[in-house]
Write a protein that binds this ligand. Structure first.
Ligand code: NAP
Length: 265
């Protein structure tokens, strides 16, 4: 993909990986970046940073779990600032918890943001891209969308689902010249993981490294973009020796917390 002069919409752009992607796109010559997240002030700050890099930036505060609000905001954004050539679905939440202690509101929030939120934006933008016979969509999954991890069951489930969704859309949208790619970051040093119990042996990468890997992968026309050697090693090991990977993941997972036994009735 060529980036110069294009318009991109990045969700989750107020911080972390989404912010790094927005900045990297500006460095690559993207003309206009539409930034989506809930926190208006943080979005305005990123807009300012993009301005220094010579890109036009527009803050679009919205909550992806509110489909009506998203519908209105995306329609207006396309009318006023479109067409959008590149959509990066990066917004996401993660709640780490042993499955037996998981709370339903957290499970709902992961599914509503990571999966239904991504679906809502994609549907609105993909239809318009298909009508123009031009577009590129990037769905941010995770290495945990290939190798699921204890204490992250629902999060892993949403990230596996994103890969399936991406693969299906790739086939469906190809006749309309809309390309669909998955980005699979491994552990990345952002707010999302700061409070989490870490997995042993996993080295975090920077959000900037993820953004650069995405740009490189899109330039090469990759359909699934893995970030860092640890991800490549994990995915190959999963293919060749899934039983061994299961064992290693169990060893690497944070120590199981003592779980109060609740008698069944
Ligand atoms: N960090 C990692 O180790 C890692 C590894 C693999 C994959 N990923 C994936 O990479 C993506 C970005 O993660 P990150 O590490 O950059 O996380 P982060 O620093 O916590 O940022 C998450 C972003 O999503 C936005 N967001 C969350 N809920 C939203 C909602 N309901 N509506 C609109 N925006 C919402 C947040 O903005 P507001 O709070 O302002 O709304 C923020 O901009 C996620 O999809 C994550 O699953 C992360």
């Amino acid at each position: 993909m060529q980036f110069e002069g294009k318009t991109a919409l990045v969700t989750g752009a107020s911080r972390g990986i989404g912010r790094a992607i927005a900045l990297e796109l500006a460095r690559q010559g993207v003309k206009r970046v539409l930034l989506v997240a809930r926190d208006r002030q943080r979005l305005e700050d990123v807009c300012q940073e993009l301005g220094y890099l010579g890109a036009e930036a527009i803050a679009l505060p919205m909550d992806l779990t509110d489909p009506v609000g998203v519908n209105v905001a995306i329609a207006q954004a396309w009318r006023h600032h479109g067409p959008i050539h590149l959509l990066v679905n990066c917004a996401g939440v993660a709640h780490q918890s042993p499955f037996l202690e998981a709370r339903l509101p957290q499970v709902h929030s992961e599914i509503a943001t990571n999966l239904v939120g991504l679906y809502t934006v994609t549907r609105l933008v993909a239809r318009r891209m298909a009508a123009r016979r031009e577009g590129q969509i990037v769905n941010v999954s995770s290495l945990m969308g290939r190798v699921a991890a204890p204490t992250m069951a629902t999060y892993s489930a949403t990230k596996f689902a994103i890969l399936g969704f991406t693969q299906a859309l790739r086939g469906e949208l190809a006749p309309f010249n809309v390309k669909v790619t998955a980005l699979l970051p491994s552990l990345t040093d952002t707010d999302m993981v700061r409070e989490m119990h870490r997995f042993r042996w996993v080295q975090p990468v920077t959000p900037e490294a993820v953004a650069q890997a995405m740009v490189r992968g899109l330039s090469w026309g990759q359909t699934e973009i893995l970030v860092g050697w640890q991800s490549h090693a994990a995915v190959w090991a999963q293919r060749l020796a899934p039983g061994l990977v299961d064992r290693l993941v169990q060893l690497a997972a944070p120590p199981a917390r003592r779980i109060a036994t609740v008698p069944f009735r």
